[in-house]
Write a protein that binds this ligand. Sequence first.
Ligand code: ADP
Ligand code: MG
Length: 224
Amino acid sequence: SEAMLKKSEMLSAVGQLAAGIAHEIRNPLTSLKGFLQLMMQSNTYNKEYTEVMFSEFNRLELIISEFLVLARPQAVAFKEMQVERILEDVNVLLSTQAILKNIDLQLEYAGNLPTVYCNEKELKQLFINMIKNAMEAMESEGSINISAHMETGGYLLVKVTDQGKGIPKEQLEKMGEPFFTTKEKGTGLGLMISQKIIDNHKGTLTFLSEVGVGTTVEMRFPIS
Ligand code: ADP
Ligand code: MG
């Protein structure tokens, strides 16, 4: 969590982020331009080229949609809410994907949890990011446990525990850096956005992980 904090401080350097975005967007654009030029020169339609172009467009779309979360207007979006309602919505949203991967999503919370002053859209995005990462970390069937309960000290603790491949120590410090990913089709933006959302809520984010056993993500939100 200390490493994550440092990362979020570093990220306030807008210039660094902008450079990263520019870089990530330039690569697919260069490739799109190249294939288009090839087709223009030969004056013929090429199926393979257009397939590559299509996947480059998809990548651009994904990168841009992840960044839009940061650009959303913030005013009046905060209200007192029951976080478990948001978790229930996210659970429904991700249930089909979970079934397809043979993953059992278990949601548990002790009744009558206090409300949290929060931005519903942002928390939805945060939980989706974390549960998706949990699902992607699991190579075979298993379960993901999502829980919410009160903690002494005035925090609501939301935990996502997976039975995935875990996170090696040397990788922990890179997590949350923009564009850091270990996935072939990853963007490496989910955790950076998630850390930003948690900061907006004055909360904390902690990873507990054991390689080969699984990972627990702990998200703490102050109770008003
Ligand atoms: P992406 O999912 O696009 O790779 P993220 O920012 O969401 O980007 O995650 C960055 C990296 O952190 C992932 O590529 C993965 O290596 C690691 N990671 C995140 N969550 C988990 C998890 N639950 N288990 C194992 N590794 C994880
Ligand atoms: Mg992710």
